[in-house]
Write a protein that binds this ligand. Sequence first.
Ligand code: GLC
Length: 566
Amino acid sequence: MKNLKRTWWKEGVVYQIYPRSFQDTNGNGIGDLKGVTKRLDYIKSLGVDIVWLCPVYDSPNDDNGYDIRDYRSIMGEFGTMDDFDELLHGMKSRGLKLVMDLVANHTSDEHFWFQESRKSRENPYRDYYHWWPAEKGKPPKRWSYFDEAGDAWKYDEQTNAYYLHYFSVKQPDLKWENPIVRKEIHDVLRFWFDKGVDGFRMDVIPFISKDTDYPELPEQYEGNFVPFYSNGPRLHEFLHEMNTAVLGNYDVMSVGEAPGVTIDQALNFVDEDREELNMFFHFDLMSLDRDGDEVFWMRKDPWKLTEFKKVHSDWDAVFAQKGWGSMYLSNHDFPRAISRWGNDSEAHWHNSATMLQTFLLTMRGTPYIYFGDEIGMTNAGFNTIEDYRDINTVNRFKLLQQEGIALKDFIENEKDAARDNARTPMQWDQTPNAGFTQGAPWIKVNDNYQSGVNVAEQERNPDSVLSYFKKMVGLRKSNLGLIYGKYELLLADSEEIYAYTRTYDEENYLVLLNFSATLVNVKINEVRFTKAKLLLSNDIADTMKTDDAFTLKPYQALVYEILDLE
Ligand code: GLC
């Protein structure tokens, strides 16, 4: 561990907040900045160090803030810049760092730049976006995530041209090839850094570079356009420039959201010598339970634990010498971790939630915990389209409706796959709407806040999911080996047990996780020891161990320190 470069963003635990769903304070049913400020003591009590706040900028909310109208002002529904300053101050005074969300692949179509850009072909802002003049015919096919017709080119009558939008029609893509655009974005970053913000999570950052000849999509990307979008010709030049122009001048962290980025490309982003980003989120786990290239459809057969382990072992290996990884099991774009990777039935809820927390917090790479996962919040599983709010679900529903495809299957799929599963309001207590709002919540609250899945009850119970989470965070933070230690997979072929060691100088840890609903006996042959101290178990009652053999209850998690590794 001689070359180890210690930094706060490697050692910190990140807590992700989806502000719309966190805490409402003015009764409009929408979470706000004052709500986050109100809950700062709670956040601090978790033991986390860094808060990642999803977009809070002025936005017409076509995609819940991922469509920014003004990068330098706060969304009216969330409050004011004074509220923001108060929040930032509240965080600083508690020793918490704040990471914002930079959404710069695209803006809202209501952003001033786009309003100007679409006015005329001569407008000074014209070249801020990607335009295709209609007299050249139809532009080469590009797919869009949220477009009702799946088409990323939108015809705009005013100038008889198409503009590019990888996401919804209200999210036109910025043209980073224009140096003035890049300078604008650098200025946005400086504006927030000068206020004291500690970093950015960068939305779909590998998509920013485009071939502005807009060639026909190469054949290999037919059906899966994501790797094409994430491999633009000037991507690394733009990232390096952003780093040298801005990021490198501050003590801040950067983490890219990186769909389409593969293991062999990983170090191009995060090798320190290249001066680009600190970390990124890969998508290999997020696509594990999906139907091949159909990222929004669940695969038919269940995912296997051996596949899950392979994803994590392969990615750990990439960063063993250089760069640094990030660990996440859920976020605002995916279902709840426990419903997806664990078992949210009553019998297994507690152990599943805490077992997954143990996993997240004993791996190498910075852990990102999504709000609500610390109390074991589960999927919403809405039954009717009327309950959904997400443009992704709503527009895909419309598309399928037009094509006459069975909508019943779609709703069944969305119960497991939809982003809204993880966007239901935070469950604070047992009062109406889980203490989230005094008004009508913008999206339904999950009923299970009345049966134990809420902060207030769990704070009172030393054996709760929440209490375990705090202990687990504490354990990680007091043992450097759990942060920096080498990871080695044991029992690679087991479909029930995920077992590994973490080794750091003289410190040795053994982590055993039962990902199944049955009692499992395991014998560890790969490492020899006789003395192991149990540091943490999510199911203390009769933990059974004889020398090198262990019995794990359903979804049990055990963290040992090995005292005499041979
Ligand atoms: C990212 C965000 C997602 C958003 C999309 C478009 O994937 O995480 O919420 O819809 O980018 O900005």
